[in-house]
Design a protein. Structure first.
Lengths: 372, 127
């Protein structure tokens, strides 16, 4: 795809002015980094606050008198009992029980839900939702930008502008008005830090970004550091750590399958691929995603083959790189069930060499969500 | 604008070469290359004594972003590798033409130097 065919977000000119190195990503021209560089941006987000343009992601509102029940036929979540303002991590599924996309869903009202889906999947997701939901309407909020403010200083920065957000706890959202501009704010993100995602009308996105960047603690963070931050937080990147070949149980995101939808729950199953997913939850998957501690200094990256001590292939790395907060390489990958126990000693093949890696728990860096 | 010293020779694959008084050559990567790669976190260097073929992959630079191959600018034998890069790979970003050098080679045929770019040629190549 040529650059001229790329879409831009409402903040594009601001990224260019800030020295952002623009790259194609999911059909958009997005900043992979700014002059500070990925490592400095990453460390800044962990130490203060980072501002991310995530406007390329899909913001979707599903509404209708029966929206909760209709969405429960597609998602393994507890939506019927979800309180207004609560937010949950979930997945869209294929009939085989594999992951079509991962998303977050927040209940706006009794009859409406706000979803944020991956940029690369959004058009397919919207078409899928429209074809599958019997009566609920699906509104694509293409005219809204999305900003993520993440890091230990995020709450102080945002509450100084909007005191009401101080009352939000992790995975909750609320509507708010700043200088007459209608925002929707959730206390969530994908860095492992406390922080917020702020939906803003496209024409006020630059204004909002300027308000946030006026705080000394806040700096732009590009896609490069977004990736290293989410990897340290042990979070899956769709298309890499999971895709339509993996079930959520294999992807070790069992928390996306809420208790009420499990085998012993009041509304067990009833979502695509439920039979397979519930069987895997109860009996364990044949292979699963694990964290990998890397012994040496050489990064172990996506695609590296994983072998056991006898040289037998047991899996593959799906995300890997250098963890700036830990000053060492880390990785995630899929391994067969017999090799998935914490402490399992394996090898990753990198440029023909076998590098020792150990199955470890994730997150690699402690999450600092604000739970009140 | 990146720095391109006039006394060095360059490969279009972004390695620089400096001829020493003893006839050996020192090889590293250019300021432009380190800037494009971003924060260097690991450098895999060739073994001392190994034979290099001009144009062949000889080393790997890993940045936070990605792994990139480094190519041998000349044919020859590796005499020495930079020991600093094992513990302080970020030296490549800080000093690409100085402390961040990669390896020293005994060239098989010094006339291969003539086939490399001069600083103007490299400046054009990255323009």
């Amino acid at each position: 795809m040529s650059d001229s065919a790329l879409a831009t977000t409402p903040l594009h000119a601001m990224h260019v002015a800030a020295g952002g190195k623009m790259v194609p990503f999911a059909g958009y021209s997005m900043p992979v980094q700014y002059p500070a560089g990925i490592k400095a941006e990453h460390l800044h987000c962990r130490a203060a606050a980072g501002l991310f343009d995530v406007s390329h992601m899909g913001q979707v509102v599903v509404s209708g008198p029966n929206a909760a029940a209709e969405l429960e036929a597609l998602l393994p979540s507890d939506l019927i009992d979800m309180p207004i303002g609560a937010q949950s991590y979930s997945v869209l599924l294929t009939e085989q029980g594999t992951v079509r996309d991962d998303l977050i869903i927040c209940r706006l009202t009794e009859q409406s839900f706000y979803l944020v889906v991956n940029a690369g999947c959004k058009h397919d997701d919207i078409a899928y939702l429209r074809s599958q939901l019997p009566s609920a309407t699906v509104e694509y909020r293409a005219q809204h930008a999305l900003l993520a403010l993440q890091g230990p200083a995020a709450a102080a920065v945002l509450t100084a502008l909007l005191p009401v957000v101080g009352e939000l706890t992790f995975m909750h959202g609320c509507a708010a008005s700043l200088d007459g501009v209608a925002l929707f704010i959730t206390r969530s993100g994908y860095t492992g830090e406390d922080g917020f995602e702020i939906s803003v009308p496209a024409e006020r996105a630059v204004w909002l970004a300027e308000q946030l960047l006026a705080a000394e603690a806040v700096k732009w963070i590009g896609l490069g550091a977004r990736d290293s931050l989410r990897l340290e937080a042990g979070l899956c990147l769709y298309g890499h750590d999971m895709d339509a070949d993996k079930t959520p149980v294999q992807a070790a995101i069992n928390f996306a399958i809420n208790r009420v939808r499990r085998s012993d729950g009041a509304r067990a199953g009833g979502f695509p691929g439920a039979a397979r997913i519930l069987a895997e939850l109860d009996g364990g998957p044949a292979s699963q995603r694990v964290g990998l501690a890397v012994s040496g200094r050489a990064p172990v990256r996506e695609g590296a083959e994983l072998l056991d001590g006898d040289g037998q292939a047991v899996g593959v790395v799906t995300s890997g790189g250098f963890a700036p907060s830990l000053d060492k390489p880390i990785a995630m990958g899929y391994v067969t069930a017999t090799n998935a126990a914490l402490g399992s000693e394996l090898f990753a093949r990198v440029r023909g060499k076998l590098l020792p890696v150990t199955v470890c728990k994730t997150p690699f860096v402690a999450q600092r969500y604000y739970r009140g | 604008m990146s720095e391109i010293p006039t006394e060095l020779k360059y490969a279009s694959s972004h390695e620089w070469v400096r001829l020493e008084s003893d006839g050996s050559v020192v090889v590293g990567i250019t300021d432009h290359a380190q800037d494009e790669l971003g924060d260097v976190v690991f450098v895999e260097l060739p073994e001392v004594g190994s034979a290099l073929d001009a144009g062949a992959e000889v080393a790997v630079v890993e940045s936070v972003k990605a792994a990139s191959d480094i190519y041998a600018p000349l044919t020859g034998e590796v005499l020495e590798v930079n020991p600093l890069l094992e513990d302080e790979p970020e030296t490549v970003n800080r000093s690409p033409y100085g402390d961040g050098w990669f390896f020293r080679v005994k060239p098989a045929d010094l006339s291969e130097l003539e086939q490399l770019l001069d600083s103007d040629g490299y400046a054009d190549a990255i323009a």
